[in-house]
Design a protein around this ligand. Sequence first.
Ligand code: AMP
Length: 523
Amino acid sequence: MEGRFVRVELSIGDFLRRAALVYPTRVAVVDETLVPFSLGTLSYASLAARASTLASRLEALGVPLGGRVAIVSPNSARFLIAFFGVSAYGRVLVPINFRLNAEEISYIIAHSGAEVVLYDPELREVMAGVDHATTICLDGVGDQGWFDETSDLPAPTAWAGREDDTCSINYTSGTTARPKGVQLTHRNCWLNATTFGWHLGVSDRDVLLHTLPMFHCNGWGMPYASTAMGARHIVIRKIDGEEILTRVEEHAVTLLCCAPAVIASVLEAGRLRREAGRSLPGRDRVRVVVAGAPPPSKIIERVEDELGWEFVQIYGLTETSPLLTINRAPSEWDELGAAERSLLLSRAGVPAVGVEIAIDQDGEVLARANHVFAGYWEQPHETASALAGGWFHTGDGGYLDGAQLTITDRKKDVIITGGENVSSIEVEDCLFQHPAVAEVAVIGIPSEKWGEAVTALVVLRDGHEVSAADLIEHCRASLAHFKAPQTIEFRQELARTATGKLQKFKLREPFWAAATETSRDRA
Ligand code: AMP
C-alpha cells in the first residue's frame, strides 16, 4: 500500500557518503607521488569534500543532470574523486582509455555528447588534437577550483535520482569498427560492487593497489566497493612488475585486480628479486583478482607458490559491470596440491550471487544478472541483439561442468591484448585503406606476454609491394598503438566459406595448435 514502506534508490553516492561519515579521518587514497600534480594523501572527509567541489563546479558551469563528463587519464586520486563528484550528483561519467589517439578520443567525446572533458597533463600532446570547448587539464593549474577541499561555490544540489539512471558510459571495442558506449546504471554499479566486495570479503582493513585502469569498466567496480568499506586506495601510474612489488611492500597492500599480462610481469620481477636474494612482499596477505583471458594454470601455481598470494579469477564483461563468475578456492580445495588447485582455479568459476549462466545451442555463454547493462548508448539495434530473449549474449564460447564455467573461445571478433580489447574489424578497415592491400584478416594469436598478439594476414594486390614494417606504420599512424598488428604475414589467399565469408577460426587454428603443443612440451 502506498506510503507503507520506504524504498531507497541505489546510488553509488552511498559508498562515499558512508565512508566519509564512518571514517572521516582515515586515509582514503594515496595518490601517485611520482608526479608533480599529485594530490598526496587524502582522508575520506577530504575525498568527499573534493567530490562535492567537483559537483558544484559542474553545476555552476550548467552541466545538467544526466549531462556527460568525460575523463581521459591514467589512474589518479582525481579520477577516484570524479567517480563520485560526477556520478553521485546525477551526471554521467565517461571514462576513456588514455591510450587512444586524438581521433579515437574525439569520436567517443562526440558520440557520448560529453560537455566537459577532464584530461591528464601527460596527454597534452594527444589532447591538442581533440577539438572541444571545455577541456580541463588535471595538473593542479588548469583544474584549480575543481578538485579542492574547500570551495566558494554554493554546495551542489543533492541528487534525488533513480537507480536506473545512467551512472557511467564505458566505451569498449567490440564487434563493430567503432567502440560502443556501455551504459551502466547506478543499480548495475551498486550491485556489482557489493556482490564483488562480498565474494572477495573486502573490508575496512583492505588496501587496494590500483593496478587495473580505472577507465576499464570503472576499475571493475572495485573503487566503489573499497570506498564503501573505508578501505585504502593506493594509486599507481606505471604498471610495472617491480614497481607493483615495491608498492605492495610499502603500503601493506592486500588486494589488487589485473589482467594476466600484469601478473606475469609481477612474477618476472619476483624471479629477479629472488635471484638477487631479496624478499617478496605480501605472502599470505595479498589476494590478486585476474580476468580478461584464461590465465595459464602454471601462472596460477607460481602466484600461489612463489608469491604466496591468493589467486582469484573472475569472468565478465564491461556490459555486465563486470562480475559474472568467480573462481575463489573453496575450503574443499585446501588440502589439494598446488598443481591440482591451479588447474581448478584456471576455470572462469561459478556464478556470482544473483547471476544466472546458460549456454545456448551454439556454445555461446549467456547471462542474466542485476548488473547487466541498460544498453549501448544510442545504439538500439545493437542493444536489442545483445539482449535478445532476455539474456545477455556474451560472444564468448564455453561450457558448464556443474556450476563451473570454462571459457573456451571467443565467438565475437575481438582480440584481447594485454587486457585491452581490439576490434579486428577496426584494424582490418585501417589496413584496407592501404593501396597495396587486396584482402586482410586480423586475428589474435597466442602471446606469452600479452595473452594475444594482434596479427594481420594480408593478400597484396597484383603488382603492388609493401613491407610488413610499412603496413604496421600505416596502422600506427591512424590507430592507438596497442591496436596496430605486431606481426603481418603475407598470404596468397585467405580461407573463406562458399558465400565468401572469412573463416577466421581456420586462420587462427594453426597458431593456437602450435601454442598448445609448446605448452604441452613444456609440461
Ligand atoms: P571487457 O569488456 O573489455 O572487460 O572484455 C570482456 C571479455 O574479456 C569477455 O567477453 C571475454 O572474452 C574476456 N574475458 C574476461 N574475463 C575472462 C576470463 N576469466 N577468461 C576468459 N576470458 C575472459
